[in-house]
Design a protein around this ligand. Structure first.
Ligand code: PMT
Length: 399
């Protein structure tokens, strides 16, 4: 595990029967030269003692939000800023529920709520608790907030029942964290560009042709790329969305402006074109507001295809070019045509005849068509999760 050296890990141990396994997690992280600070929840102390945690971690154990010594030495904000990642294990059904509600009733939940760091959650609970709709709903919310979930596994539990809910073994957890840092290290050297949102093509100074794209899918992809270490530039048409300040945001309005901004930001390693760029612009834009008349004929002309330009660039074609396709019919045929005509490595298609996904929805369901004739369906879920799944595939390909 080469990537754990000198990493700062804030381990939050909750009160579950698997809490004792956290001692093994600490041992593995220490062996791999991590720095560890630990928070023990009140109920965790029913299962393991602060003394055993201190002995193994050789670091301080924090346990009380209103402890003067804790707060003067390192307050709950500094504690979350100190860490490279926060690892919560075992994450009980109760903790998961509190986190989904944004609770800040003790040190653990307050630190997590105040955190701006990647959070890894290692659930462990009885199979019925795991399968309960409220736990599922809470996890859906946390995934939407970009929490990364490790496990649980299937097996025999401490209560004697069998099923899914067993905590992932510490060595596997450490391997997952090591893999995360490995991607982060490699990706930090890589540049990614994402286009998102609609374009406005002006007819006169106040009227334009546009479409229903909200930008949500592209913004989530940019977020996910950034979370995975990529230096990310987001070129966005008009949207009401906000993005983290570490992502370079370039706001444009027309397809022509989007094209120029893209051109200016080459070369990149990965380019993802999720924008719904208008295929046409007005042939001759009126400089003054058009007056009401019986008939108005507007002539359209083709816009430059940004994706096509980038994917066929002689010297600056990115290693990976991904296009999107919004289709309503002949989905596979049209997707494969776009894949080859636009010289993409992947085309990600959403069937926008389905009302609950695609344009201006929080959900999406996509099929990825790869250049090697393979295809893969990502089932309906939040756009942030679709983005994580796409970026995880980019990670594996690029690294
Ligand atoms: O923004 P949301 O509300 O979240 O919705 C997401 C989405 C439905 C807009 C998105 O998932 C999507 O499908 N984007 C592509 C929409 C589209 O209209 O595709 P297209 O078939 O017209 O274009 C194919 C590809 O070429 C796209 O990658 C597009 O960005 C690119 N293109 C198209 C025309 C053009 N002039 N320049 C381009 O780069």
């Amino acid at each position: 595990m080469k990537n754990l050296k000198d990493k700062k890990i804030l381990l939050i141990i909750c009160g579950g029967i698997s809490a004792y396994k956290s001692l093994e997690t600490i041992r593995i992280f220490k062996k791999n030269n991590c720095e560890i600070k630990t928070i023990l929840t009140k109920s965790a102390k029913e299962f393991i003692t602060p003394l055993s945690v201190v002995s193994l971690s050789q670091g301080k154990v924090y346990d009380d939000l209103f402890n003067l010594e804790n707060e003067t030495e390192m307050d709950h904000i500094s504690l979350s800023r100190w860490a490279d990642i926060i690892l919560i294990e075992p994450a009980t059904a109760n903790t998961i529920s509190k986190l989904a509600r944004g609770s800040s009733e003790d040190l653990a939940t307050t630190v997590i709520l105040a955190s701006n760091k990647p959070i890894f959650l290692v659930p462990a609970m009885n199979v019925r608790m795991w399968e309960h709709p409220s736990t599922k709903e809470n996890l859906r919310i946390l995934k939407k907030y970009s929490y990364q979930i490790i496990g649980p596994e299937i097996g025999e539990m401490a209560c004697g029942e069998y099923g899914k809910g067993k905590m992932t073994e510490p060595l596997l957890i450490a391997n997952k964290i090591d893999e995360y840092f490995s991607h982060l290290k490699k990706n930090r050297k890589l540049k990614a560009l994402v286009t998102a949102g609609p374009t406005n093509e002006y007819i006169d100074p106040v009227r334009f042709i546009t479409n229903k794209s909200s930008g949500k899918q592209g913004y989530e992809i940019a977020r996910s790329l950034h979370k995975n270490g990529f230096q990310t530039t987001l070129i966005s048409g008009p949207t009401n969305l906000e993005i983290d300040e570490n992502i370079e945001l370039i706001k444009v309005e027309t397809a022509e402006e989007m094209f120029k901004a893209t051109q200016k930001n080459l070369p990149v390693d990965v380019a993802i074109f999720s924008a719904a760029v208008s295929d046409f612009k007005i042939n001759k834009k009126y400089n003054i507001k058009i007056k009401k008349k019986d008939e108005l004929i507007i002539k359209l002309e083709k816009n430059l295809d940004i994706l096509d330009y980038v994917s066929n660039h002689n010297s600056m074609r990115p290693k990976l070019v991904i296009g999107f396709a919004a289709e309503t019919n002949n989905i596979e045929k049209n997707s494969l045509l776009k894949l080859s005509n636009k010289n993409c490595d992947w085309i990600i298609t959403n069937d926008v005849s389905k009302k609950e996904i695609g344009f201006n929805s929080d959900l999406n369901e996509v099929t990825i068509y790869y250049k090697n004739n393979k295809k893969e369906k990502l089932s309906k879920k939040n756009k942030s999760l679709i983005s994580d799944e796409i970026v995880s595939r980019i990670n594996h390909l690029i690294n």
